[in-house]
Design a protein around this ligand. Structure first.
Ligand code: ADP
Ligand code: MG
Length: 240
């Protein structure tokens, strides 16, 4: 699904990603953990070209997204993204938020998109909020709408950047439940998260990123119970 080779990203003089090599299989659920400022968001954002890599290659479903002339629109259709701060359109209803992109891109008629939106809202437990505006929703509800909106494009891959970090604690479970159901359903997912319990339970693999490098990667049991690298051990001793 994803093949990343020698990925570098520099902001000015600062090298934030220092050569990442990673392969993610279809249906795999990968959690990305690591200290603040280590490059987790930048790594994720490179996967859908919200950041342009300064060096290296990224293949999504075998197609290079980093080659000159690669089609960003087509990439974004295949790759859904959910952000920490939801990024819903405030002046549109929940329904309009979800139907906007698929209709605008001509993937569905409005009628089709609305039917799809209702089924997605059912999936995330928010059918009754279809006509509500984002401002009337709780953080957890907003994030579930944001997930539904991303799914409306029928992506092959979903990226999550700290989807529960901005939520009150009592909202976190509902969002994680939606993500877990998606994972169980076979969606390929890359999730930057501080929810170590969730990462352990849901991930096929955990990547520990520090200083712009993947320091260690492996099944959750290995990373959490028997981390090999001193930097992983030190990080986990602070967060677990
Ligand atoms: P993380 O998500 O692991 O906390 P980020 O990927 O957001 O880390 O950031 C890694 C480093 O890159 C940080 O030092 C951050 O300040 C820097 N950085 C991120 N985005 C930009 C940007 N657009 N311009 C300059 N520096 C940036
Ligand atoms: Mg981040």
């Amino acid at each position: 699904m994803i093949k990343v080779s020698n990925l570098h990203k520099q902001f000015g003089d600062v090298e934030v990603l220092k050569g990442i090599d990673e392969t993610i299989a279809p249906g795999e659920v990968v959690s990305v953990i690591g200290p603040s400022g280590s490059g987790k968001s930048t790594f994720l954002r490179c996967l859908n070209l919200l950041e342009i890599p300064t060096q290296g290659e990224i293949l999504i479903e075998g197609e290079s997204i980093t080659a000159p002339g690669a089609c960003v629109d087509q990439l974004r259709r295949k790759v859904g993204m959910v952000f920490q701060n939801f990024n819903l359109f405030p002046h549109k209803t929940v329904m309009q938020n979800i139907t906007l992109a698929p209709v605008k891109l001509g993937l569905m008629t409005l009628t089709e998109a609305e039917a799809k939106a209702l089924s997605l809202l059912d999936q995330v437990g928010l059918v009754e909020k279809a006509q509500a505006y984002p401002s009337s929703l709780s953080g957890g509800q907003k994030q579930r709408v944001a997930i539904a909106r991303a799914l409306a494009m029928q992506p092959d891959l979903m990226l999550f950047d700290e989807p529960t970090s901005a939520l009150d604690p009592e909202m976190v479970g509902d969002v994680l439940d939606v993500m877990k159901a998606l994972a169980d359903d076979g969606m390929t997912m890359v999730i930057v998260t501080h929810e170590m319990g969730f990462a352990r339970e849901v991930s096929d693999r955990v990547l520990f990123i520090d200083g712009g490098e993947v320091v260690e990667s492996g099944p959750p049991q290995q990373i959490f119970d028997a981390p090999q690298h001193r930097r992983t051990q030190s990080f986990l001793s602070k967060v677990l």
